[in-house]
Design a protein around this ligand. Structure first.
Ligand code: HOZ
Length: 442
């Protein structure tokens, strides 16, 4: 594959940007080689600056749930921009957005917008501490809640990929109140509560962790987290930055029928623009300034263009029948975006499992709706310790093999893949054929 222009740009980028990237997960360090540069994206495809076309399973790390450059989002952004890019004063769209989030996620009675998922998680933690008047927070090994100082402990995503789950530059004092537990382990959480009576402000958890690949909660695990927090006067915070509006219109909490006290969001609610949000029970949210004593702020929070993009994404996602010409059920009444995502996910899962079996390569393919990850191990994979056993040399070869076949996965074993409603059955068939070919060479 010709990558001459990408290589030139990367050489230039290295001179001015640390590592040549504005977020480490974009670097190819874990898989070898250099990242390519993209200047166009549409539907399920991205095109690099050398003109190579790729089927994209990164989907800008989750936001592009309708595929790239969806016409309704583009139109909403253009029309909002005509009226001004930022006011720093309340605007009508942020009210519409807040109302829409509360309608779609019943546990959220009030919500505040931020500009990123990191800010949302940082603010939710501060709010939980302020509300409960306790300092300690439980997080899970391999979960990633953005690059918040106190949460960069045994963190997933790039921190795990690059072997820095505890970042340099974070004073020990900033993390002394963060307690780490293994995910899916009931006894570990019980023991932490027993050893820290009346000290735990809350648990923050990705209900379906997607930052060490992807693994699912064991039956009853999320319910257990809800019960134990309630029993101890602590708060349960679902980090739904990835799963929110993706696993269902009401997120993982709808899919698994568990009600957290607070939730954090991002990605899908921005439609590709920089947005985060956190929300939950009204009496907790009212602890925020200017009503309450917990300070939280943001110049661009509720930005009108970002709100317009996010609202268009939610509107299209939560109210439409599928649009793709390749989708034979597209115009059937009641066949909604989440059914399309589920069908596409199931097609990919079945195809990948078959391909791995035929090639005789041990693969554990975890999937929840339109999020997925294949680990090169017989499995099962229930937590980060299991995920770490995956054969990463095989992943590297698989990643590059697929890239050469025109299929782009995240350049790390420790990230989730994302499917959009724009991925057609034909895209998925092509992906599976490519995977089968590459797997036979491993
Ligand atoms: N939250 C994204 C998935 N792990 C990564 C985005 C980034 O760090 O750039």
């Amino acid at each position: 594959m010709n990558r001459v222009q990408s290589e030139k740009l990367f050489a230039e980028a290295l001179k001015y940007i640390p590592g040549g990237v504005n977020s480490p997960v974009r670097a190819f360090r874990a898989v070898g080689g250099n990242p390519f540069f993209v200047n166009r994206a549409s539907g399920s495809k991205i095109w690099d600056v050398d003109g190579n076309e790729l089927i994209d399973y990164v989907c800008t790390w989750g936001p592009a749930i309708l595929g790239h450059a969806h016409p309704k989002i583009i139109a909403a952004v253009k029309s909002a921009a005509e009226f001004g890019t930022s006011f720093g004063i309340p605007n009508p769209l942020e009210v519409t957005m807040a109302k829409r989030i509360c309608e779609l996620v019943p546990s959220v009675k009030k919500v505040r917008m931020t500009s990123s998922g990191t800010e949302a998680c940082m603010s939710a933690i501060r709010l939980a501490r302020g509300f409960t008047k306790r300092d300690k927070i439980i997080k899970f090994d391999g979960c990633y809640h953005g690059h918040v100082d106190s949460l960069l402990v045994r963190a997933g995503s790039g921190a795990l990929t690059f072997g820095q789950p505890d970042s340099a530059g974070v004073p020990a004092a900033f993390t002394q109140h963060t307690i780490v537990a293994p995910y899916n382990d009931v006894e570990a959480v019980r023991a932490i509560f027993a050893a820290n009576k009346n000290e735990i402000a809350g648990i923050i958890v990705e209900p379906v962790p997607g930052n060490a690949g992807l693994y699912l909660p064991k039956p009853g695990y999320l319910e257990f987290l809800s019960e134990i927090t309630r029993a101890h006067g602590a708060l349960l915070i679902f980090d739904e930055v990835m799963t929110g509006f993706r696993l269902a219109s009401g997120g993982a909490q709808e899919r698994f029928h568990v009600t957290p006290d607070l939730s954090t969001f991002g990605k899908v609610i921005g439609g590709g623009l920089p947005v985060g949000a956190f929300g939950g029970r009204a009496e907790i949210m009212d602890y925020l300034s200017p009503l309450g004593p917990v300070y939280q702020a943001g110049t661009l929070s509720g930005n009108p263009i970002a709100m317009a993009a996010g609202l268009a994404n939610l509107e299209e996602l939560c109210s439409r029948a599928g649009e793709s010409a390749d989708n034979p059920r597209a115009h059937e009444r009641g066949y909604d975006a989440y059914e399309i995502l589920e069908d596409r996910g199931a097609q990919l899962e079945a195809g990948m499992k078959d391909a791995a079996k035929s090639a005789g390569v041990p693969v554990t393919f975890n999937r929840c709706g339109s999020m997925f990850c294949g680990y090169f191990i017989s499995g099962p994979v229930h937590n980060v310790a299991d995920a770490m056993k995956s054969d990463r040399e095989r992943f590297k070869k698989f990643f590059h093999g697929l890239l050469d076949e025109g299929v782009y996965l995240a350049p790390s074993q420790f990230e989730s893949g994302f499917i959009s409603t724009a991925h057609t059955p034909a895209d998925l068939e092509r992906t599976v054929r490519a995977a089968a070919k590459v797997l036979r060479t491993l």
